[in-house]
Design a protein around this ligand. Structure first.
Ligand code: COA
Length: 386
């Protein structure tokens, strides 16, 4: 027996559905523009730092010098990890995927926060700072242990990106590379109601705490249709191997109806403005790199040209933030297994800012499903079933 008739309109993938008002981020998918709290991404990429961008996202305005220094010293003071978190990473690393290790370790931070279940605005801001600082230390520690090396304590003389690289590689990074990582963190810091921010908000909307909410976000970020695309794109470049194979590989992949990771976007139907900024970095790298990085940059640029010719103007499928990231991260010295956890390092301020904003006017996020199964079936006891 059919349950219902008169089917409602279903927006598959919630495409085009607005869930709230927000003043954090505007994504203009038609014109390829992105703004954090009203500031164009290009201006932040050129002039800001990740720490300042975090302040902006969390507080809604750029800081004065005093405000910045206070915020920055709070971030630095929160970098160190509880010993148990390091032991937990040691136990899990190389057994589970790096994203799963990051998700478990970040989730476990609630046990070390006396304010974990305090839902005041001040406590949530302090939790956000803690999460931003400690997520970077967690991901660097995962990388360190993954490479069979002992974890390092943070160095508070370094900024956020340089400290991340120091905790990962054991040496103070070259200024150009840490600046490049800082830029990547800014570009990935926020992107309105993307899938991981939405799932963060769904969990937070039940009035679960900040740690529970961002743990949902990390789980969602993992998939290759979202944050996992940067790793998948670099894997493709590795598979292509020789730049001269690029066009044949793409041709065959498209003929086989495969998706090229790092292309296409639910909102941008034009060139993702973040990808344009990363491409400019790639062009600089290409000139002074050798070996794998040189190959990846060449493959990426050849694949981009071909994809735009084939799908850009016709289907609105353009490079997104994840396509050029892999070669840039490889140049900086970040192993592929850390690309997606690093995305969580950068997106943490966006998740926290959305949660704090949404809680100001919370409403349980609970959509509907249109039931198409049977109803009123007769229950047969197991001994009579065939
Ligand atoms: C991001 C993404 C999920 C958005 O998808 P969406 O809005 O749901 O778009 P659809 O999946 O409906 O795709 C629309 C069409 O474009 C094609 N398409 C979308 N992305 C494509 C890609 N990366 N490579 C090849 N074709 C692609 C689809 O096959 C579909 O073609 P069809 O109309 O002939 O069936 C999708 O573009 C994708 O899978 N990209 C690769 C993963 C990625 O880079 N994710 C990171 C996003 S920042």
């Amino acid at each position: 027996m059919e349950a219902n008739s008169g089917e409602p309109k279903i927006e598959l993938g919630l495409e085009g559905v607005y869930i709230s008002k927000s003043s954090i981020c505007k994504v203009d998918g038609v014109n390829g523009k992105l703004y954090y709290r009203g500031y164009p991404i290009e201006a932040l990429a050129k002039n800001s730092s990740f720490e300042e961008t975090c302040y902006l996202l969390l507080n809604g305005h750029l800081p004065t010098l005093d405000q910045f220094e206070e915020f920055n010293s709070k971030l630095k003071a929160e970098r160190e990890l509880p010993e148990f978190i390091v032991d937990m990473i040691r136990e899990l690393v190389n057994k589970a995927d790096t994203m799963d290790v990051a998700r478990c370790a970040i989730s476990a931070l609630s046990a070390y926060d006396k304010e974990a279940y305090d839902d005041s605005d001040d406590a949530n801001l302090r939790k956000s700072i803690k999460l931003i600082a400690k997520t970077a230390s967690i991901v660097a520690t995962i990388g360190r242990l993954m490479m069979g090396k002992e974890p390092l304590k943070p160095d508070i003389s370094l900024n956020h990106s340089a400290n991340f690289m120091y905790m990962l590689n054991g040496e103070k990074p070259n200024a150009d590379k840490s600046k490049m990582l800082d830029l990547m963190l800014i570009l990935h810091a926020e992107h309105s109601s993307n899938a991981s921010t939405f799932s963060t908000m769904v969990t937070g909307s039940t009035l679960a705490d900040m740690y529970a909410a961002v743990t949902s976000g990390i789980g969602t970020l993992k998939g290759p249709l979202h944050g996992g695309a940067d790793q998948a794109a670099l894997k493709m470049m590795k598979n292509i191997g020789n730049p001269d194979n690029t066009e044949k590989y793409i041709e065959e992949a498209l003929a086989g109806k495969k998706r090229i990771m790092g292309f296409g976007h639910r909102v941008y139907k034009t060139y993702d403005p973040r990808a344009k900024i990363i491409k400019a970095e790639l062009l600089e790298i290409q000139g002074n790199s050798v070996g794998d990085v040189k190959n990846y940059t060449t493959i990426a640029l050849r694949a981009e040209k071909m994809m735009i010719e084939k799908l850009g103007n016709t289907k609105g499928i353009w490079p997104n933030v994840d396509f050029f990231s892999g070669p840039v991260y490889t140049y900086i010295g970040i192993p592929m297994e850390l690309f997606t956890p690093l995305f969580a390092v950068s997106r943490m301020p966006g998740w926290c800012a959305h949660m704090m904003e949404y809680w100001q006017n919370n409403r349980l996020l609970r959509p509907l499903e249109y039931y198409v199964g049977n109803i009123d079936l007769e229950y047969t006891p197991i001994r009579y079933r065939k």
